[in-house]
Design a protein around this ligand. Structure first.
Ligand code: AMP
Length: 186
């Protein structure tokens, strides 16, 4: 099973990705987590990415596409994967198309989670208090939502036109949302 999980920050992508990964026994690939790991460990990639992530801006495609390409080539991706937080703009959609073409492994579904802006802001405020992520400042949160609306939300139409889009309500009980997604994927 090869899946994308899409939606704005705070909609619960990470939570649902983890449950889907467990259900289908596939790895989750979160570009945000990869950047955070590299930032924490002060790698060259981390140092470069940090100047963008801190402000809530997208890391340049050249860096981002490469980490996804390298990750998808790993052995544990042979039976599928779920990509969380990628692609985030039209150029990344194109880059992913090319990678999957080369690997001969097309996408199965694109799950898009939806929630009202007030719900998203409330959840992100809560997460900021709980986790203290460097990019959960009010400015960075606003910037990330703006970037999502402008660059990422339009990608849903691309996947809709390919017949891959599965729209899901991201508000409600975590386990109920997960059950709904899984039944809609069969
Ligand atoms: P996330 O945890 O998915 O919200 O990602 C945290 C931050 O990492 C984002 O605000 C971006 O700065 C960066 N990032 C994650 N995924 C991507 C991507 N696909 N393209 C560019 N930047 C990304």
């Amino acid at each position: 099973m090869r899946l994308l999980i899409m939606g704005p920050q705070g909609v619960g992508k990470g939570t649902q990705a983890a449950l889907l990964a467990e259900h289908f026994d596939i790895p989750t690939i979160s570009t945000g987590d990869i950047f955070r790991f590299n930032i924490k460990n002060k790698t060259e990639l981390g140092l470069e990415a940090m100047s963008y992530t801190d402000k809530g801006e997208l890391v340049p495609d050249s860096l981002t596409n490469k980490i996804v390409k390298d990750r998808l080539a790993k052995e544990d991706c042979a039976n599928g994967w779920i990509l969380d937080g990628y692609p985030r703009n039209a150029a990344q959609v194109e880059a992913l198309d090319q990678m999957l073409d080369e690997l001969g492994t097309p996408l199965d579904h694109v799950v898009a989670l939806e929630a009202d802006r007030e719900v998203l802001l409330e959840r992100m405020k809560k997460r900021a208090a709980e986790q203290g992520r460097a990019d959960d400042t009010p400015e960075a949160i606003a910037k990330r939502l703006e970037t999502y609306e402008k660059e990422t939300a339009p990608l849903l139409d691309i996947y809709k036109s390919r017949g891959l889009l599965v729209l899901e309500n991201g508000v409600g009980e975590i386990s109920e949302i997960s059950k709904r997604i899984i039944s809609d994927l069969h």
